[in-house]
Design a protein around this ligand. Sequence first.
Ligand SMILES: Nc1ncnc2c1ncn2[C@@H]1O[C@H](COP(=O)(O)OP(=O)(O)OP(=O)(O)O)[C@@H](O)[C@H]1O
Ligand SMILES: [Mg+2]
Length: 236
Amino acid sequence: MYSTLERVFGYPQFRPGQEAAVSAVLAGRSVAAIFPTGSGKSLCYQLPALLLPHLTLVVSPLLALMQDQLAFLQRHGIAAASIDSVQSREDASAVMARARSGELKILMISVERLKNERFRNFLQQVQISLLVIDEAHCISEWGHNFRPDYLKLPDYQRQFAIPQALLLTATATPQVIADMQAKFAIAPADVVTTGFYRPNLNLLVEPVSGQDKRRRLVQWMSARAGQASIVYVTLQ
Ligand SMILES: Nc1ncnc2c1ncn2[C@@H]1O[C@H](COP(=O)(O)OP(=O)(O)OP(=O)(O)O)[C@@H](O)[C@H]1O
Ligand SMILES: [Mg+2]
């Protein structure tokens, strides 16, 4: 584990939570890793994928996230590929052949791919060591990003006889954690949480009436002219 961290990824040490999550996965258990954004959740599957005997299947909600992670893996010489909607049938077949031959260590897909008959047939023919669910809060009806197709993932895990699951998210309320534990049989000790406190962030709240909102916002931002600002709104 330590030598792979240095040799393949070039990191001298684990970040908080990574060692606990990676060790539990390598011990054969299902795990939830709940670390803040940008703290290194991906390594919790990337490293075990190299040491587990069979394929690691990663379910990711966004094509852009998949492509980022694939570029990273390829830079580090790790055999990884995706099957996605922008690919030709021939390219997808080539990826499946690499998975079947055992050459591929990591395969990334969207959850919708699992509805595809041809893909499900393919999965029946390969041995999978680990199911990874990135942005795992999508499985929870209580979560802010609920994706109904994620509810079928525990069934798929059984159907394809995948012995363990790893759930990764930055945002999980106690209710969402309980949901993930129940659906994927994760022991309480295997929920690895590093805490959310960010000492470099300040939150200020100022209640204003609806009609005053825009005027106050303009004032607020003019007072900080020259500084970067992000305005969040509830409309899409
Ligand atoms: N042990 C480590 N030492 C140094 N850098 C690391 C380590 N582990 C991960 N990183 C780096 O941390 C960065 C963020 O990692 P990653 O993308 O996995 O974050 P994340 O927790 O998945 O964030 P998000 O919630 O945004 O998805 C990456 O550039 C990665 O290379
Ligand atoms: Mg991530």
